[in-house]
Design a protein around this ligand. Structure first.
Ligand code: HEC
Ligand code: HEC
Ligand code: HEC
Ligand code: HEC
Ligand code: HEC
Length: 218
């Protein structure tokens, strides 16, 4: 071992010094790595909500279509969140007294919407549009993961610029027939590569312009 510390340092203090050095190194590694890690991006961390709404239950088991609750997703930039009345179409009859649903009943009575906490978001200086993606054959699953397995909704991807660009550089491998965009656990057909090649022209997709800064920063 090279002589890093003076000979006078006894075994214990040597150990302490080495441990301190290693901790310092670990600290540097963490400081460098964490800002882009899953922890910082919130990937895979369920977010507590005013009501523990479960996509696993409502989508995975009951089979309710995404558009029933996110009705802007095909026509506007934002997918939108359901109004309290949408929950109440069922919950005025089902689980009417459940404590879990008290905030939903209160919201209906007071007219004050439920304050859902955001799971996915991009900064204000980024332009994002749901309708464009959904109509051009990008599935919800591709960006949001298998939502139908989530008891509480969590973020599936980083949503960083690098993540957006990764697809914008070469969208073809992520395309699916637009009729399948709402499907979870989608299985691609055998001739998918051929389908994707033709989708590029049918859907009029132009990858050559998709990485220009003004596309997302307008
Ligand atoms: C019965 C209503 C309902 C249905 C059906 C539904 N959702 Fe949701 N969804 C919600 C509610 C309520 C929230 C807000 C609470 C939360 O984040 O879990 C939400 C939140 C989300 C979020 C996170 C929003 C954010 O803050 O970033 C995503 C993504 C999402 N839903 C995708 C889907 C997809 C994909 C489908 C169809 C496969 C779907 N949802 C079907 C009610 C619904
Ligand atoms: C199409 C009907 C329908 C709609 C719309 C609906 N629910 Fe439900 N919900 C159900 C049913 C059915 C159950 C019971 C599932 C079971 O336990 O078998 C349930 C259960 C629940 C539960 C109990 C916990 C659980 O997941 O079992 C909560 C909380 C809940 N719903 C919240 C909501 C909220 C919030 C909305 C609106 C965003 C909503 N639901 C919209 C049918 C619906
Ligand atoms: C190309 C990636 C992508 C696709 C495809 C996509 N989303 Fe999103 N979604 C996002 C991003 C990014 C955000 C955050 C937007 C923001 O902060 O303005 C988001 C936000 C949301 C939200 C929160 C409310 C809102 O409108 O911002 C919901 C709900 C949602 N998505 C549902 C869906 C559903 C349902 C589908 C499929 C029909 C879908 N998304 C398809 C990337 C995507
Ligand atoms: C999985 C693939 C995929 C991901 C991820 C993705 N996009 Fe896209 N995006 C597309 C496709 C495909 C189009 C359609 C391009 C076309 O029509 O030529 C598109 C189009 C767009 C457009 C519209 C361009 C126009 O025609 O004006 C914007 C804005 C955009 N994306 C922003 C984003 C942002 C911001 C993110 C990240 C938060 C993102 N996209 C992530 C595939 C993706
Ligand atoms: C497909 C969408 C997309 C395109 C194209 C794009 N950006 Fe971004 N950009 C984003 C998103 C999303 C963020 C916010 C998330 C992040 O910081 O990674 C961002 C963040 C940034 C930031 C802030 C970085 C920070 O750390 O806060 C700068 C600066 C930027 N972009 C410059 C550019 C320039 C210059 C170009 C063209 C060469 C470009 N962007 C093209 C989506 C895009």
């Amino acid at each position: 071992m090279p002589q890093v510390f003076p000979r006078s340092a006894n075994g214990v203090s040597r150990f302490v010094l080495w441990a301190a050095g290693l901790l310092l190194l670990a600290g540097v590694v963490v400081a460098v790595a964490v800002p882009r890690s899953a922890f910082d991006n919130g990937i895979g961390q369920p977010i507590a909500q005013p009501v523990p709404f479960s996509h696993k239950h409502h989508v995975g088991q009951l089979g309710i279509d995404c558009r029933y609750c996110h009705n802007g997703v095909e026509t506007s930039s934002s997918a939108g969140l359901p109004a309290t009345e949408v929950c109440m179409t069922c919950h005025s009859q089902l689980f009417t007294n459940a404590a879990m649903l008290a905030p939903v009943r209160d919201s209906l009575a007071s007219g004050e919407p439920l304050h859902w906490k955001r799971v996915n978001s991009v900064p204000d200086f980024v332009y994002f549009n749901h309708a464009i993606h959904v109509n051009k054959g990008i599935g919800c699953e591709t960006c949001h993961g298998d939502v139908d397995d989530m008891p509480l909704t969590e973020r599936a991807h980083s949503l960083t610029m690098g993540w957006c660009l990764n697809c914008h550089r070469d969208p073809e491998p992520n395309l699916r027939p637009p009729g399948d965009v709402f499907k979870m656990h989608w299985k691609s057909p055998k001739d998918i590569e051929q389908i994707r090649r033709s989708l590029i022209s049918i859907l009029d997709i132009h990858p050559e312009n998709m990485t220009d800064c003004y596309v997302c920063h307008r």
